[in-house]
Design a protein around this ligand. Structure first.
Ligand SMILES: [Zn+2]
Length: 271
């Protein structure tokens, strides 16, 4: 623990490439009661259909089952709306006030809890469920998901009138949630691929909070920070994908505990 404190202290004192970046995943929202979908549970859809996230969360699945995916999207939005930011979310807001321009959050989460906690500098690399876009990509326009459509229970269908609001105004095709699915690729326009890689390059310290390292860009961000001389601290209750990929690197450190415990430690060093 003392060694980790020294790493943090040193990173806070550097002048070049001195950004402090937090990469957050589902683990930070589990204390808000939002399930992660990794592991054993999977996704249950009305009618007792059971999917693995990796097959449900694809454009291919959406292209054949748009109504089902939209129904599930409104159920998920309801779950997010009923959850509240937790202490770790609010602690990051406090750290943003202290670190100002040096501070960034890059999040894999689409649950909107960072925004609702009042955080300013947050990059949503897997998109969000506030917005939608044309499923045919006929236009680059992004639309707000209509607030007039009420959020849904797990077994509650969208009405015909509601479905009509989820149509591209340009070409009449379906719209789709503005998120990244498993069979899709990161880009700059929606997912801030280059912006976040640049932030990682300029980070003296990249702290992973509750991400399992199962997706591509988070691993590239860690790689990028390490390559340009920064330190990475993986805060997680257990070993995970990042441990497998990076634990042989000397500037990669592991903290085994909760996000909130780590953030309290970090704040005590900072103030
Ligand atoms: Zn269109």
């Amino acid at each position: 623990m003392e060694a980790l404190k020294d790493v943090i202290q040193e990173a806070l004192n550097i002048k070049k490439r001195n950004k402090v970046t937090f990469l957050t995943g589902a683990g930070i929202s589990s204390a808000s009661g939002i399930p992660t979908y990794r592991g054993t549970d999977g996704i249950w859809i009305k009618g007792s259909k059971h999917y693995k996230p990796e097959s449900f969360g694809t454009f291919e699945h959406f292209s054949k089952n748009a109504d089902e995916v939209w129904q599930y999207t409104f159920f998920r939005k309801k779950m997010f709306a009923e959850a509240n930011p937790n202490e770790a979310h609010y602690k990051l807001v406090r750290l943003e006030e202290l670190l100002k321009d040096r501070f960034n959050v890059i999040t894999q989460n689409i649950d909107n809890l960072h925004q609702r906690s009042g955080l300013q500098n947050v990059y949503e690399i897997h998109g969000n469920l506030r917005e939608m876009r044309c499923a045919s990509e006929c236009t680059k326009d992004i639309y707000e998901i209509p607030k007039s459509i009420p959020l849904k229970e797990i077994d509650e269908d969208l009405t015909y009138e509601e479905s009509k609001l989820l149509v591209c105004p340009e070409c009449g095709d379906h719209t789709r949630p503005n998120i990244l699915w498993f069979d899709e690729f990161y880009n700059e326009r929606i997912f801030k691929l280059h912006t976040t890689l640049k932030i990682a390059k300029n980070s003296g310290l990249l702290i992973i909070l509750g991400s399992s390292g199962a997706t591509n860009l988070p691993n590239r961000l860690v790689q990028q920070t390490l390559q340009y001389g920064g330190h990475v601290i993986d805060v997680n209750l257990e070993d995970n994908g990042f441990t497998n990929n990076f634990s042989d690197k000397k500037r990669f450190h592991s903290y085994r505990g909760t996000a909130l415990d780590f953030l309290n430690l970090f704040e005590s060093i900072l103030t």
